[in-house]
Design a protein around this ligand. Structure first.
Ligand SMILES: C[S@@+](CC[C@H](N)C(=O)[O-])C[C@H]1O[C@@H](n2cnc3c(N)ncnc32)[C@H](O)[C@@H]1O
Length: 294
């Protein structure tokens, strides 16, 4: 005979498993005790001040947040950025907040806003938390904290978008400065690491292979391409996320443009004349390469 308590036991086991999977440090949805955060109250590394709505909304717009994104707000405060990412852009979001009372408050705000299916608040230290799965990072910390985070941010997937209220990233220049009234924010796109020497196939008719040498500081690039016995300077090389692009003048004095996608130590794309020719008559040549030196 099957006991009628069996389904109840199975159900509660499933619920416990589900809760365990949420995260051991997931902020608990405690009963509302009426506690309210106070502007300027101490956090661990920086105090709590909320990003004003207009700037928060603009930062999320500039970062082009959409339903496929996973937004991490590092130092989530009352959860407003994570909530706005879900409510206004349909994204999933995680807020990491060190202060336990603030994290619990933010979790209640998430539930009040009706976005608990897409937003989680984790109570913990952002410097000890793995946020590598984020596609968008939002920050309102301090210059020195941003700089501390910078190596981890630059190690994220190329194309990850980063926005910061007020504070910059040292010599990683922003790709965009955002002004809303008197407030300032910054936007960066994590660039692929493209520094070093690459052997490229597809560019040279004569020897078959060219050697690309790139010097990189964040999104800024310089370099040369060696082909057919000549070393040519690159004209306006650019890296935007995983996309790498450069131009050069070939031995026939023609301007050539190369656009490739970089994946770790491989690249693949095409060469074409850069100047508005009719699509159908542009000869596109497949280009691929591999990194041979760091
Ligand atoms: C300036 S507030 C920004 C809040 C929110 N991101 C916003 O823009 O409205 C910074 C928040 O980071 C939290 N914080 C400070 N140090 C932290 C750390 N090491 N880990 C996680 N949160 C931290 C503070 O408690 C505070 O809530």
């Amino acid at each position: 005979m099957i006991s009628i308590t069996a389904p109840i036991v199975v159900f509660s086991a499933i619920v416990s498993l589900a809760l365990a999977l949420v995260s051991p440090s997931g902020a608990r949805a405690q009963a509302d005790d009426g506690w309210q955060p106070q502007r300027g109250q101490t956090g661990k590394d920086v105090m709590w001040l909320p990003t004003p709505d207009e700037l928060a909304y603009r930062l999320l717009e500039v970062a082009r947040v959409g339903p496929n994104d996973l937004v991490y707000d590092l130092g989530a405060g009352d959860g407003k950025i994570a909530i706005a990412a879900a409510q206004r852009h349909g994204a999933r979001a995680v807020g990491i907040e060190y202060n336990a009372r603030l994290a619990a408050f933010a979790q209640r705000q998430v539930e009040r806003a009706g976005v608990a299916d897409r937003v989680r608040i984790l109570q913990g230290d952002l410097f000890q938390t793995d946020f590598s799965s984020a596609t968008v990072l939002t920050l309102y910390l301090l210059d020195e904290l941003n700089q501390q985070l910078r190596p981890r941010v630059l190690g994220m997937k190329p194309g990850t978008r980063v926005v910061s209220n007020s504070f910059a990233m040292g010599d990683w220049e922003p790709d965009q400065v955002i002004r809303v009234g008197t407030q300032v924010g910054y936007y960066w796109l994590v660039p692929a690491n493209v520094a070093g020497e690459w052997l490229i196939e597809g560019l040279s008719n004569v020897e078959g292979r060219a050697k690309l040498a790139l010097v990189q500081r964040h999104q800024r690039l310089a370099g040369t391409i060696e082909m057919e016995g000549r070393t040519l300077p690159l004209l306006s090389p650019r890296v935007e996320g995983a996309r790498l692009e450069w131009r050069y003048v070939d031995s026939s004095n023609l301007l050539k443009a190369v656009r490739v996608e970089v994946q770790s130590d491989r690249l693949e794309g095409e060469m074409a004349p850069p100047y508005g020719m009719v699509e159908s008559i542009v000869e596109r040549i497949a280009v691929r390469g591999r990194r041979v030196g760091g």
